[in-house]
Structure formats: C-alpha cells, structure tokens
Design a protein around this ligand. Structure first.
Ligand SMILES: C[C@](O)(CO)[C@H](O)COP(=O)(O)O
Length: 223
C-alpha cells in the first residue's frame, strides 16, 4: 500500500536503517519477505538504500512461514554470517521510529535475548467465549489491564534463539493450539523468557483503511 508517495515496506525499511543515524550502526542486512508477484517491484523500490545488504525473498502462506523464509535467506548469505541480532518487523508498522529500533537492539545487546516493544492498554479488556455466528458474546472475565501490554514490532532476538524458536514452531505447525501471532510467542513456546521495552504510538499497525488515514496525518518527528 502507498503512504505519502511510497510503499509501506519502503517506509519501514528506511526507519529501520535510520537507526544508524540515531546512534546505532548495526542495522546492515535487510531481508524483505513478500508475495512472489511483488518481489521485483519491492527490489526496485528499495534498490537505492545505502550501505545495506538487501535480500528480497518470497514469503510463505503464514506470518511464521514468511519469517522462516527470511531466516533461511539470512543463513544462505555469507555476508550475514556474523549477524547475531535479528529484528523481525512488519511493513504494516511503517512509522516505527528509529529510536524504538535502537531501544530494542540495545535491550537485546544488554543481555535480553528476546525483546518486544509494548504499550500499556487503555481500554478495559474482557475475555469472552466467542462462537461463530453469535453476535452477543458472554464475558468470562475482566483481565487486569495493569498487567497487559499491546505488543508491537520490531521485535529483537538473539539470532540463535530465534532460529531455535522457529525450528520448534515448524515441528509443531500441525498443532493449532501452539500457533503464535508473533515471533516472541514462538520463543515463549520454548519456555524461554521474553522481555518488554516501552513501545511507541508511531509504531501502530495499519490493519484498516482508517489506520492508513491516521498514518497519513502529520506526526512528531523522532527525537
Ligand atoms: C507481530 C504483531 O505486529 C505484534 O502485535 C502482530 O501480532 C501481527 O499480527 P498480524 O496478524 O500478522 O498482522
């Protein structure tokens, strides 16, 4: 999708790489996974990015399969052999600022091998018992919101831990009860700890047409 004249993935890529200007020089390999019919267009659009090894590869049918394809591309490229921290990001969060990228990388480097950005939840959250086709749902409980965080990307990982989490996820792909909606969820399934750092409202996910319209509004630039 275009936003302000360029694709969401181009925005996301530029903000990841802008982490260098914000004081971190380590974002130097960029793997983009996308539907096969978009690969050429994305490679052309991202061609001008400076000082980065760019790999554009076909994703899979699920988020998990796409990230696994990205990790395989990283493993196959000798220029990425010394990469030890991997960030997994959504093009659907195109305005995640460089300061957030740096925060996640630094937390991983400081000894937290799985780090996600998260924001406190401001709505009251209730757990319900959903049933297909039923429009009035029974409430099971109100979840204490002080304990909740709405989790964003980029999520940062020690590369070996992320590889292990994906190998375990692939082994259990047939078991829907073990499906994870983010990469940190796969790490949790291994029984390994995951840490949260402060998220950023600018990293909001674009899911609806309204989200896209909000993303087009002027925002404060990064500090
Ligand atoms: C990874 C994520 O952005 C964290 O909030 C989210 O889970 C992605 O969900 P999607 O359904 O793959 O867009």
């Amino acid at each position: 999708m275009p936003l302000g004249g360029q694709s969401l993935v181009a925005h996301a890529a530029q903000n990841l790489l802008a982490a260098r200007a914000a004081g971190d020089d380590r974002v130097r390999v960029l793997v983009v996974t996308a539907p096969a019919f978009h690969l050429d267009a994305i490679a052309r659009e991202l061609d001008g990015l400076d000082e980065v090894v760019l790999l554009v590869v076909a994703g899979g049918a699920t988020r998990q399969a796409s990230v696994a394809a990205g990790l395989a591309a990283l493993d196959a490229d000798p220029r990425a052999s010394d990469v030890d921290v991997v960030l997994v990001h959504d093009a659907a969060r195109p305005l995640a600022p460089a300061s957030l990228v740096v925060r996640v990388i630094e937390a991983v480097r400081d000894g937290h091998p799985a780090v996600v950005p998260g924001l406190p939840v401001t709505d009251t959250i209730k757990r319900v018992a959903p049933h297909r086709g039923v429009t009035v749902e029974p409430v099971l409980e109100t979840v204490p919101r002080a304990e909740l965080r709405a989790v964003q990307t980029p999520q940062g990982f020690a590369r070996d831990l992320l590889a292990r989490a994906h190998a375990h996820g692939a082994e259990h792909a047939h078991d829907e009860t073990l499906a994870a909606s983010d990469d940190a969820g796969l790490v949790e399934r291994l029984g390994e700890p995951v840490w949260v750092v402060a998220g950023d409202e600018r990293a909001a996910k674009i899911t609806t047409a309204r989200d896209l319209a909000v993303a087009a509004l002027p925002t404060e630039s990064d500090e």
